[in-house]
Design a protein around this ligand. Structure first.
Ligand code: HEM
Length: 473
């Protein structure tokens, strides 16, 4: 229904189905299909999804900048619908006045003065994680993703929620499995025709119901545990600690629930905990796993990263506690992380809804139009990143950021990632410890990633490497 002066180009829709027939395959074919669309139809294209939905897929620099910097195009689109029953209208999905007031309320709980406290947790869980990897030394092929996920779950629970769940100790987590199940369903629902009407008749509907039970009872337990330990230890004496002391995430929410009149209800509390538990562990699990894979398969990069660790650890044993200033000194590791998030953006696509009609070049787009910023495509353009498929951390060495919107792994603008600093410090601590303890090698047999946008970026066949113990001296 392009009423504009020029129709937005795109693959020809089939009656009733639109373009979803292209996506009735494994999710591991989705990214290459979308890249093929971009190569064929350009940086602004339209995809039809079933009867009623369509979205504009964007890899255009200027339009990406326009959308991300807008203070008005802040509402999320239908591509997030599959998450509604799980995350409610927590910070990721909310909009309007609710989003604004929550964002303001939660921002201080990720202030850098608190991040220093978090580093203690990154260290202690990181050390446990090293212990788990030690059990895998010498095996020809190890999928690191499940182990990393347990570690990042332990970190978010202990750092932001003040509760230990000891997922690494248990070696398995129903919660993590249910997160992965939900993330896959969310994407499959986007690319299914008639997804609103027929969904209750599909197997996914029942899988979702089961997953939601696990997810919500888990977060309920985390909240109850914190309330119990606060009341028994009297932790909530923030005034005695000095009015300026910043309070970590869950405590901040709990304290606000006691403020008369503007407190959060239990349901509102849980939707934020659900949101941060998910966003806070699944994203970093993906990023750390792909970083390990990239280091294992790029020995020169790994050697340079290791030399830096060796230099910085002079006089310290490989498992010494890392401080904020140690992390700050890890300049090369920082480049490795940047390059990992360029090639493997944890959040490969983000969505918005146009809040008003927009004339863009020769196109006219209407209020309510769903937009999808294709971050994976944006960050693999050879125009901005020569040899885009290659893992070259040095490319960020003299990166001047003159065109900041060609690299947006944490999004940008008012709805950017609130956990960015937390994520980078967590990644640095973990990767530093791994580099000091192990030499990472490619898996045998050779492992080629099967990337799939299952809400976050995953590899459908795991992220496999092998590990050797590092010899010091
Ligand atoms: C490598 C790790 C991470 C990456 C690449 C990442 C990326 C992103 C991106 C691209 C967005 C925008 C999503 C959208 O517009 O739909 C976002 C939002 C968000 N992220 Fe992250 N994230 C990471 C880690 C974290 C962590 C550790 C936390 C929490 C501790 C977190 C919490 C959030 C929240 C709550 C939002 C929604 C913010 C809002 O809408 O106001 N993220 N993240």
């Amino acid at each position: 229904d392009d009423r504009g002066p020029k129709a937005v180009p795109g693959p020809k829709p089939v009656i009733l189905f639109g373009n979803v027939l292209d996506f009735l395959t494994s999710t591991s074919k989705f990214l290459s299909k979308l890249v093929e669309y971009v190569d064929t139809y350009g940086d602004i294209l339209r995809i039809h999804l079933g009867l009623s939905n369509n979205l504009i897929l964007i890899t255009d620099y200027k339009l990406t900048e326009y959308v991300l910097t807008s203070t008005k195009i802040l509402q999320k689109s239908f591509i997030y619908d599959g998450m509604n029953n799980w995350l409610g209208t927590g910070l990721l999905l909310s909009s309007g006045a609710k989003w604004k007031s929550r964002r303001k309320m939660i921002t201080p709980s990720f202030h850098f003065s608190i991040l220093n406290e978090f580093i203690k947790v990154f260290n202690s869980v990181g050390q446990k994680f090293i212990g788990k990897l030690e059990e895998e030394v010498g095996k020809p092929s190890v999928d690191v993703y499940p182990i990393v996920s347990l570690g990042t779950l332990d970190i978010i629970c202990e750092a932001a929620m003040g509760t230990s769940v000891n997922a690494l100790d248990h070696g398995d987590s129903e919660y993590v499995k249910s997160v992965k199940a939900m993330c896959k369903i969310v994407v499959e629902r986007v690319f299914t025709p008639f997804h609103k009407f027929l969904y209750p008749l599909t197997p996914n509907y029942y899988t979702e119901k089961k997953a939601l039970k696990v997810l919500h009872s888990y977060t309920d337990k985390v909240i109850d545990e914190r309330i119990r330990s606060k009341s028994s230890k009297g932790i909530s004496k923030s005034k005695e600690d000095g009015a300026k002391k910043k309070v970590a995430f869950l405590d901040l929410l709990l304290e606000s629930t006691t403020l008369e009149g503007k407190g959060l209800t239990r349901a509102e509390l849980r939707e934020e905990v659900d949101t941060f538990m998910f966003e806070g562990h699944d994203t970093t699990a993906s990023a750390i796993s792909f970083a390990l894979y990239s280091l294992a398969n790029n020995p020169k990069v790994q050697q340079t990263a290791f030399e830096e660790q060796k230099m910085l650890s002079a006089g310290n044993p490989p498992n010494g506690t890392l401080t904020a200033s140690d992390l700050h000194e890890m300049k090369y590791l920082d480049l490795v992380i940047k390059e990992t998030l360029r090639l493997y953006p944890t959040v490969p696509i983000i969505g918005r809804v146009l809040n008003e009609d927009l004339e863009w070049e020769n196109y006219k787009l209407y209020k309510g139009q769903a937009l999808a910023l294709f971050i994976y495509g944006i960050q693999r353009k050879s125009k901005h990143f020569p040899n885009p498929e290659k893992f070259i951390p040095e490319r960020f060495e003299n990166y001047d950021g003159a065109e900041p919107f060609c690299y947006v792994p944490f999004s940008a603008g008012p709805r950017n990632c609130i956990g960015q600093k937390f994520a980078v410090m967590e990644m640095k601590t973990t990767l530093s410890k791994v580099l000091r303890n192990f030499e990472l090698c490619p898996a045998d047999p050779e492992h080629v990633l099967q990337l799939a946008p299952e809400t976050t970026l995953v590899s459908t066949i795991g992220v496999r490497i092998s590990l050797k113990k590092r010899q010091w001296n």
